[in-house]
Design a protein around this ligand. Structure first.
Ligand code: SF4
Length: 278
């Protein structure tokens, strides 16, 4: 085992929460020096409540880091001072209905800019990593479970080594839930931005019924995204309309009956690189 500090990347989802609690109970070691939660400032209140609770159960600190408000970034257009063009940088993976009837999905940078980058910055700080360092200075724990094995990726940074303790323990998401229940802890919520287009219909349904204010915020974000896209004046302006739901129907009007009922593909495997809970 590497002697460098072990630091947990905490998405506040089922898997990373289970990992944090297992470490707290000494069921996996060594004890992490800290956990890092990257906050897009767009998670539903249930996730922040969970994080507040979880923090109190852990013997190591949780560092909350942020690159600012993702909602603000994705709904704000900017003006080029030189030529007056209005531009907009899309960041989330929205679904697009093009004017010729074709469909697509926009590229995303939200995971990298609002999750991965702030975590790397904090890791560097916590691990005392020097500029240009090529030797491993810390071990990052990532809460990916056995059913998500395809999401395992080696660290791109030479100074960090990735570790997947749940995979080492052959635990899948269901095992994590059973461990949490067996130990008398409450069930963690699904962690992701309220308006993440990768939501399954089950998650949209849950948001709409259990956190209706968040659902209405997502409806408003969709409207603002469409407004921002339409106001772009640069040459590469997208000739289409963006939607948050894969059906290309305004979120407010979507029928969230189960994917199985409609025979649709679940996008849940289309993840947030093991950093977010989606
Ligand atoms: S949860 Fe979705 S919207 Fe939020 S950062 Fe991850 S991919 Fe982007």
């Amino acid at each position: 085992m590497n002697e460098a500090a072990h630091i947990l990347s905490l998405g506040a989802c089922v898997q990373s929460s289970c990992l944090a609690l297992m470490a707290a109970k000494g069921e996996i070691g060594p004890m992490p020096a800290a956990a890092i939660f990257a906050d897009t400032q767009a998670e539903p209140p249930s996730v922040y409540r969970w994080l507040d609770w979880l923090e109190k159960q852990l013997p190591f600190p949780v560092h909350r880091v942020t690159a600012g408000s993702l909602t603000e970034r994705i709904t704000t257009t900017r003006v080029n001072r030189k030529n007056g063009n209005i531009y907009y940088s899309n960041m989330i993976p929205a679904f697009v209905l093009n004017s010729d009837g074709s469909q697509g999905i926009t590229g995303r940078s939200c995971t990298f800019d609002f999750k991965i980058q702030p975590i790397l910055k904090e890791l560097r700080k916590l691990g005392g990593i020097k500029r240009g360092q090529k030797t491993v200075g810390l071990v990052q724990w990532i809460g990916i479970s056995l059913d998500e094995v395809s999401r395992m990726k080696d660290s791109r940074e030479p100074w960090a080594e990735n570790r997947w303790p749940l995979i080492e323990m052959r635990m899948n998401r269901h095992d994590c839930l059973r461990w949490i229940e067996r130990n008398g802890y409450p069930k963690p919520p699904r962690s992701a931005c309220s308006y993440c287009p990768f939501h399954s219909d089950a998650e949209w349904r849950r948001l709409k019924s259990e956190e209706p204010e968040e659902f209405m915020k997502a409806v408003e974000v969709e409207r603002l995204l469409q407004q921002a896209q339409a106001s772009v004046t640069t040459k590469d302006r997208m000739h289409g309309t963006v939607f948050l739901h894969r059906s290309l129907v305004p979120l407010r009007q979507v029928d969230f009956s189960t994917e199985e009922e409609r025979g649709q593909v679940n996008m849940f495997q289309n993840d947030c690189s093991g950093v977010c809970g989606v």
